[in-house]
Design a protein around this ligand. Sequence first.
Ligand code: AOF
Ligand code: ZN
Length: 485
Amino acid sequence: MAYDAKFMERAIKLAKLGIGRVDPNPLVGAVIVRDGKIIGEGYHTGYGMPHAEREAINSLTESARGAEMYVTLEPCAHTGKQPPCTAAILDQGIRTVYVGSMDPNPKVNGRGIWTLRQHGVEVVTGCMKKECDALNPMYFHYITTKRPYVTLKYAMTIDGKIATTTGASRYISGDFARGRVRGLRNQYPAIMVGIGTVLADDPMLDNRRQKDRTPTRIICDTHLQIPLDSKVVQTASKIETFIVASERISEEAKENIPKLEEAGAHVLLIPEKDGHIDLEVLMEKMGEMEINGIMSEGGGNLSWSLLRDGLVNEVVVFTAPKIFGGITAMTPVEGEGVNFVEDALPLYLVESEILPGGDIYARYIVGEEPEEEENMDIETAEPRPIAKIQSTPAPQPPEGFQEQAAAAAPVKEEKATSDGWTEADPGTGDSSDGWDEADDIPVQETTPSDGTEDDAGTRPVELESRIVTEVLSADLNPFNIEGRD
Ligand code: AOF
Ligand code: ZN
């Protein structure tokens, strides 16, 4: 069967069911197809849990021998908390794998695709790449930088104010927009605000959705001014909370640390930069704690410092159809600002929507808009019969294998065998590098399954559709979170 985008769309929907549960791992969905029919599907359900590919294999209703897999992320070829997915794919005798995103994890990074091709599996990359990439901006940033992906979020009036001249700010946007914000919070492992926001609004900073996880709260509080009776401190034993202050706080302020810790908060003292906590150091520390994403909700000074230090990845803005006016009314980004128009920070719009209530939602990525990346030419990739798999030690990838992996056509030379099937080059190399499990795979039979044989990996039919049912009954597009909860 030729590539059919509807199966990758399905894999993307499945991947989204893991939102809020998999960090710092990626969202991944996988679908196994034979003759245009789904015979297995799954997604990564939680950190440390089986990968999407194995979930799909575990849900198979018949043998996957000779079938196709659609997977939103390059299958892994290393042993982490889970065994390599490439081994499972080879074990099942899957003939073709359609891949969405490449996996920039240095432990994978083309090795998954290379390994599969090396064993004669047809691999087509770049399938709905843009849509698959959009699943995991946090993961891609974190796995390559070891720092959290930071989203700046604020609500303002159409004259660019986040409060009135008296400091009143409740509420700028309507019910629906505020519900959307709570939904957004569920997508981030942490929420961050400056102490000014806590002193002005005494917010809870939770997502108020019992069924969802509650993100960690980070309060940037240079001088450790946070009141012990603030809601954040009062609920710190229930919701993980970091109060981040300067190493140089006064002795008097230091006396509050045991009280804050008794209430359940973690106090983090870090170096200062320009009279504020050094946000780069904070980001490094958060990365070390495996926090791969932070939604920063202001105020204006914290937002400026984050932007100035180049720590912001995207900006989400809710613009309310209201005008406050007033020269002293606060704006979303304060600090020194830039002097010249040419110095403005460039951003580009990736999503926008007019919400019920008239608020405008807009999402921007920081930086210059990249040139549209072409999806690979999947039409030209000819499905080929499965190879006979050789039991050889895992060879080392050749120079430039990452670039080759990203190309649509298979990279290896194929030798036609006398029976017309193809055979992977045996290759050479060390087998002790942790991603050679696939070599224990037995020689594959080339007869396509008729669905009745009792192949290894075949699951009884009664196990079918566990995920199908879940998907159908779930919100198929959890990113479009409902406004009210
Ligand atoms: C996932 N889920 O469905 C896939 C992942 O520690 P481990 O074994 O869970 O490995 C995590 C890595 O595996 C992750 O960084 C990514 O490179 C790869 N693929 N991870 O959590 C999945 N397919
Ligand atoms: Zn995997």
